[in-house]
Design a protein around this ligand. Structure first.
Ligand code: SAM
Length: 279
């Protein structure tokens, strides 16, 4: 009998799973909102799961965090005020703070325990948490956006869990309407929008709801994410008074900070739609 321990996230509808060989269970707790688990895996380093779903691994989180942040920030002419909804592991926050023009970031995460556990097990993702521009608020992002003064942000990043439970409202037309109201005259909202291969219908509805909420332009980026279902992920952007295809290409090409995945050419390439998605 095998004594090997494997972590498997099953996607029942697609009759498929992603599995990682586990060397050790490092942490397990039930927060007021979800089960947080940390594993040491053989090939992907440390793994965080929430309610049994993969959130972050050491090895491949850079692709997701860079694509959730830099395309939106380079789509805005001069982003200074940024709101992150969710994103408790702090990887997106770290990327946003690499932009020297950013003056203020509100990170609104429902579950403080996700951030505290990330500080312990993913210290590199949390290395910018002490930056004086970063402001943490542990509360519901839906309420935060509903209460936000009109025109108070340049960029809003929705780094959420899947559209179930407390994150379901982060995919609604009403929430997007509040995001667009909270954006300045020119603004960008971006949300993770699941797998192009498995969740094309969700991407279609996110795009339609953003338009319904008043976005003047909508674009979907796609990128590899090998530990998420299907290994292929997406982020959908809504522009308010900005054309998303016309991002600041020259600034992105001359960016003053290091990335491991994002660059100007990839940004342009990620906006190109495969034929089946265009349909
Ligand atoms: N990279 C991840 C993914 O796509 O699988 C998402 C990362 S991040 C850890 C997601 C965070 O969203 C979680 O920490 C969760 O607590 C938070 N979240 C879910 N619903 C929320 C809400 N309504 N307001 C604020 N944060 C929320």
């Amino acid at each position: 009998m095998s004594t090997e321990l494997w972590y498997s996230e099953r996607w029942e509808e697609g009759r498929s799973a992603i599995s990682l060989k586990v060397l050790e269970v490092l942490h397990r707790e039930q927060s007021p909102y979800q089960t947080i688990e940390i594993f040491r895996t053989e090939s992907f380093g440390t793994l965080m799961t929430l309610d049994g779903l993969v959130m972050v691994t050491d090895r491949d989180n850079f692709v997701y965090h860079e694509m959730m942040s830099h395309p939106a920030l380079f789509s805005h002419p001069d982003p200074k005020r940024v709101l992150i909804i969710g994103g408790g592991d702090c990887g997106t926050l770290r990327e946003v703070l690499k932009h020297p023009g950013v003056r203020h970031v509100d990170m609104v995460e429902l579950d403080e325990r996700v951030t505290r556990v990330a500080e312990q097990f993913f210290p590199e993702l949390c290395e910018a948490n002490g930056d004086p521009r970063a402001h943490f608020h542990f509360q519901d992002g839906i309420q935060w956006v509903a209460d936000a003064p009109a025109g108070s942000y340049d960029v809003i990043i929705i780094d959420s869990t899947d559209p179930v439970g407390p994150a379901a409202g982060l995919f609604s037309a009403q929430f997007y309407g509040n995001c667009l109201r909270a954006l300045g005259e020119r603004g960008v909202v971006v949300g993770q929008s699941e797998s192009p291969l498995f969740h094309a219908e969700l991407i279609r509805s996110v795009r339609a709801r953003l338009r319904e909420a008043g976005a003047s332009d909508v674009a979907t980026l796609h990128f590899p994410q090998c530990t998420y279902p299907s290994g292929w992920w997406s982020a959908t952007l809504g522009g308010k008074g900005v054309k998303l295809e016309e991002f600041r290409h020259a600034d992105a090409a001359a960016k003053s900070f290091a990335t491991r995945y994002y660059n100007a050419a990839l940004h342009r390439g990620a906006l190109a739609m495969p034929e089946f998605l265009r349909d």
